[in-house]
Design a protein around this ligand. Structure first.
Ligand SMILES: Nc1ncnc2c1ncn2[C@@H]1O[C@H](COP(=O)(O)OP(=O)(O)OP(=O)(O)O)[C@@H](O)[C@H]1O
Length: 248
């Protein structure tokens, strides 16, 4: 990528920081971001998206820092962000909402409008382009969110649980989209199936601290020997998280 955190600290409330002193460069390529509920994944992704600013320390993409006002527009043009909870703009159709995000990210209106249909086609929602987002199901809204993150050709995609609520077919479509992307991707999920086919790197966060960062193959090797083939990723994940429990 890399989006780099340097000595970054952030908490929603004083005296309860979510991250305390995070120095870490997310790797280039496709990275899956794992960790238990409340680990701080969404917070870290929001900081990386510049939606939140660190209270101390910095978050940067190349030379551009989220704490410098002059850098923000360019930073945001290069980075796409799918939050965990999508805000639908009242009364907008799927196509209007996707085009609106393209425009917010610096595209001209015509290009954003043209690109919006292609982005909706990729998530198999072209036939619902004229429907109001508010009236769509949770999984359909999630797919509109994925289309929003694809519309403006960002260099980095930050995706917070993009497949939550998607049915199995749409999860497969999403994984095909992911496989065809040439952008850097940082994606949080609780779904550890197909890690080897989909991602280059694994990062595990717990208690606001990076507990593991490495190649998918090295991560999977953390599973105890004798683990059933279908449970290797899960066992590797527990190995990283249980070490935390042992250290606590
Ligand atoms: N808006 C908020 N106001 C106050 N505290 C918050 C807020 N959002 C998150 N937190 C707290 O920050 C901590 C980290 O939450 P975060 O959502 O980043 O975790 P997560 O790893 O993304 O969890 P999950 O897997 O459940 O989505 C949790 O203790 C949570 O309660």
């Amino acid at each position: 990528m890399p989006i780099g955190f340097h000595a970054a600290a952030f908490g929603y409330r004083r005296r309860s920081p979510v991250i305390r002193d995070l120095t870490f460069a997310f790797p280039p390529g496709r990275t899956v971001f794992l960790g238990p509920n409340g680990a701080g994944k969404s917070t870290v992704l929001s900081l990386a998206a510049s939606v939140l600013r660190p209270q101390t320390g910095t978050v940067a993409y190349g030379r551009r820092r989220t704490d410098r006002r002059g850098d923000l527009a360019e930073y945001r043009r290069r980075i796409a962000w799918l939050p965990q909870h999508i805000e639908s703009v009242p009364r907008l159709t799927a196509r209007e909402q996707v085009a609106y995000v393209g425009w917010l990210k610096g595209m001209n209106r015509r290009d954003a409008w043209d690109a919006s249909l292609g982005a909706l086609e990729r998530v198999e929602l072209a036939d619902m382009a004229d429907q109001k987002v508010r009236r769509m199901s949770g999984g359909q809204q999630r797919r509109v969110g994925v289309a929003q993150s694809l519309v403006h050709q960002a260099e980095v995609l930050l995706l917070d649980e993009p497949t939550a609520g998607m049915d199995p077919r749409q999860r497969r479509v999403f994984h095909e989209i992911l496989g065809g992307l040439d952008q850097h991707v940082l994606l949080s999920t609780h779904d550890v199936a197909d890690l080897e086919d989909t991602y280059d790197h694994v990062v595990v966060l717990n208690g606001g601290v990076i507990r593991y960062a490495g190649a998918v193959r090295d991560f999977l090797a953390l599973a105890p020997s004798g683990t059933a083939p279908g449970r290797i990723a899960e066992a590797a994940y527990y190995a990283t998280v249980q070490e935390d429990a042992a250290c606590a």
